[in-house]
Design a protein around this ligand. Sequence first.
Ligand code: PLP
Length: 287
Amino acid sequence: MSRLAYVNGRFLRQGDAGVSIEDRGYQLGDGIYEVWAVIDGKLADAEGHFVRLKRSLGELQIDMPMSREALTVALRETVRRNRVRYGIVYLQVTRGVARRDHAFPTVPVAPTVVITARSIDRDGAEAKAAKGVSVITLPDNRWGRCDIKTINLLPNVLAKQAAKEEGGFEALLVDADGLVTEGASSNAWIVDREGVLRTRDTGANILRGVTRLSIIDVARQAGYKVEERPFTVAEAKAAREVFVTGAGALVMPVVRIDDSPVGNGHPGEVASALRAAYIEHVTQTAV
Ligand code: PLP
């Protein structure tokens, strides 16, 4: 089955789909994106992703390209036409097409809207989570507005490639004070020596992960103590557990950081329990 992409209101075979070479996303990275996990063919944590989408667009002064209702229909239709039951749906909105110039076009142009969806092998994902993943640490050299989910991902791309070359799943990014900010495409968590769940606060220069927010709720409801408080690389290496969260990975236990095993080198109880609880939560609430 060929994959179908939604491009400005039309469904096209992905191989035939395209946008102008003067799209500002292509030329200047002038756009944002959002990713929803798809569970049982539905959008997980839908509300949180819509809220962040609106905020990202607002920060770039790009109008919502269509109503939330219309966007929901387009996202769900892309999921349906691609027969995705478990996977992700990707939305990208750029400022649109205009003659190349750094400043915004003087005559407003329509934003470019692209949606794609793809399946993730659920058994493979569960097997990976059951085994745990390794990560590397790297200096966080991104810009000062990581709270905006922009398509400018070059530092993240390079970090992820470096992790891949080391056989790692993710790169944990570390700020100038030696504190972990987040992963290249995930939020980072530890279960510290006292059994407290810790993840970086959103006052720091990080993306406000939608999964992160849900996990805070799910964990508190399960009786865990959660603190939005930074941790160092040394604390992560000495932690009982480490895990990362995101719409693609959901909750992924980390069993090695650089050359140090985490805990006993196997996924921890808390991360595994939270993964199950989060999947249960989104299965109940997905739309
Ligand atoms: N941090 C970064 C840099 C990301 O790119 C992502 C997801 O792509 C996340 C965190 C996790 O965010 P979410 O849970 O909303 O997918």
